[in-house]
Design a protein around this ligand. Structure first.
Ligand code: SF4
Length: 289
């Protein structure tokens, strides 16, 4: 894969996203990576802008209450990420002089940071030449290099392949960003736009686009899932400045009381919700009134 071909396309066609601005700090990039893990760019944009204006540093974030952070997370989904981000801010403020670490191993020791986020922060915030492999990158590499339609389960091979292709000079971070962008904008899962792809060599295209032999993945639904019920319960608590009685939460999901109980239990176990001494419910940090 020719790095200049890919980077040239990215220079011209990459999205002008605010967390790619050269003035953005490592902390603000880390916040964007937490948010983007499971939520599309369009939904992250307004929340990220408000977030970094309000809490521009780890210490500012750590000083906020956990309920405030959960409210600011809004409807980005998977709210455990907000709790982890808050915990991560506290550790960086207390143990790293309010500076996001730059190396992958130290980043991996922080709350809520896995392999992808550690590498993304090291690469995009500090321009370290480490491979950054998300779903989009895996798909592009599987098609362009291995000639198959869809990647298999994530494995260490993905990072090894990305590392092999990474230019060993200052182009490495831009190459990684370009590879992700190509997967997001052009080499899409369902309908790759091969006619506008900047890669002059693609093994899957050269082989005539052989179909995937993997079983078709079921599209993940949201309606009716425990995730939706958890979201409804959190909406009630986010909208209230004080603890609410159980009956008020019960109204948030009347379809299946057992599912509602299970969702509430899981929010308590995750530490996103807490119970007051008189049996009412509140967002974490607000149950001790
Ligand atoms: S030619 Fe098509 S399949 Fe190959 S990398 Fe480009 S968009 Fe993906």
């Amino acid at each position: 894969m020719d790095p200049d071909e890919l980077i040239g396309w990215f220079d011209e066609c990459g999205r002008d996203l605010p967390w790619r601005d050269p003035d953005v700090t490592a902390w603000q990039i880390l916040v964007s990576e937490f948010m983007l893990q499971q939520t599309p760019v369009a939904r992250v944009l307004p929340i990220w802008l408000d977030w970094v204006a309000r809490w521009p540093t780890p210490s500012a974030t750590a000083a906020a209450g956990p309920a405030e952070v959960l409210r600011a997370w809004g409807k980005l989904g998977y709210p455990r990420r907000a709790k982890w981000l808050h915990e991560c801010a506290a550790v960086i403020a207390a143990e790293h002089d309010d500076v996001v670490p730059d190396d992958v191993d130290t980043l991996l020791g922080l709350p809520g940071i896995g392999s992808y986020t550690a590498r993304a922060v090291s690469c995009f915030a500090y321009r370290r030449a480490v491979p950054v492999v998300d779903t989009n990158v895996r798909r592009v590499l599987t098609r362009a290099i291995e000639g198959r339609a869809e990647p298999g389960s994530p494995s260490a091979r993905d990072e090894a392949l990305a590392a092999r292709l990474l230019p060993d000079d200052s182009r490495a971070p831009r190459f990684s960003a370009a590879l992700m962008e190509l997967g997001a904008l052009v080499c899409a899962a369902r309908s790759p736009k091969c006619e506008i792809c900047p890669l002059s060599e693609c093994a899957w295209r050269a082989a005539g686009f052989p179909p995937s032999d993997a079983p078709r993945k079921r599209v993940q639904r949201y309606a009716g899932t425990d995730r939706q019920v958890r979201g409804r319960l959190l909406d009630v608590l986010r909208g209230s400045s004080s603890a609410v009685p159980r009956a008020q939460l019960d109204l948030a999901w009347t379809t299946d009381p057992a599912q509602r109980d299970r969702a509430l239990d899981s929010l308590l176990v995750d530490g996103l919700v807490e119970q007051t001494s008189d049996g009412r419910f509140a967002l974490c940090g607000e149950g001790g009134e």
